[in-house]
Design a protein around this ligand. Structure first.
Ligand SMILES: [Zn+2]
Ligand SMILES: [Zn+2]
Length: 192
């Protein structure tokens, strides 16, 4: 069944379960990113089909796990970035974080008041990490002074399956080597 070696797979937007495959974009970054749109369709029997417009704005909303903090923002689908840095691993307790930037002017807290942690990186860069003090859920990260963008964790957004596959990943030297092998790990649809 093959095709090229660089096909990108991701969950289908419409059914959020089926595996989709990029139809007209099979490269890895570089000039391919200038394409105006990407298209994918789902292998699911319902034949879900979605178009993702690069450069188009999308309203998103998110919340922490307990729901005390809710927020909304505007993002550009296709702008998801994977960060494999040690800080992201430590702070999330996971192997990487997937973020999408939202212009500061578009970000709005709808309810609740996040707590803020000032993170100072090895480089000296200061960033605010906002989180829910009740459940610990991440809300945003931004520059400590006059932030231009708010970095949102895509897993906390309602529209997380509609944002497209990542366009970039950083801190590759920290990346877990087995991330590329996940498709070969036995899995099941739910908990068991
Ligand atoms: Zn919470
Ligand atoms: Zn990071």
């Amino acid at each position: 069944m093959g095709g090229t070696s660089h096909r990108h797979f991701f969950a289908c937007h419409a059914c959020t379960q089926g595996r989709g495959v990029l139809g007209e974009w099979n490269g890895r970054g570089g000039g391919q990113q200038t394409r105006a749109w990407r298209r994918w369709s789902c292998y699911h029997p319902r034949a879900c089909h979605v178009e993702l417009r690069i450069g188009a704005k999308m309203k998103v909303d998110g919340q922490c796990h307990c729901g005390a903090i809710k927020y909304e923002a505007e993002v550009e689908p296709g702008n998801v970035v994977i960060c494999n840095c040690a800080d992201c691993q430590r702070q999330s307790g996971s192997v990487f974080r997937a973020n999408i930037p939202a212009p500061a002017g578009s970000f709005r807290i709808v309810s609740g008041m996040p707590r803020k942690y000032l993170k100072i990186a090895d480089s000296g860069a200061k960033r605010i990490h906002a989180f829910c003090e009740n459940c610990g859920g991440p809300v945003y990260a931004c520059a400590a002074e006059t932030p231009q963008t708010y970095s949102l964790r895509i897993g906390a957004l309602t529209q997380r399956y509609e944002l497209g596959s990542p366009s970039r990943q950083i801190w590759m030297k920290r990346r877990f080597s087995w991330l590329t092998e996940l498709d070969d790990v036995p899995g099941c649809e739910g908990q068991s």
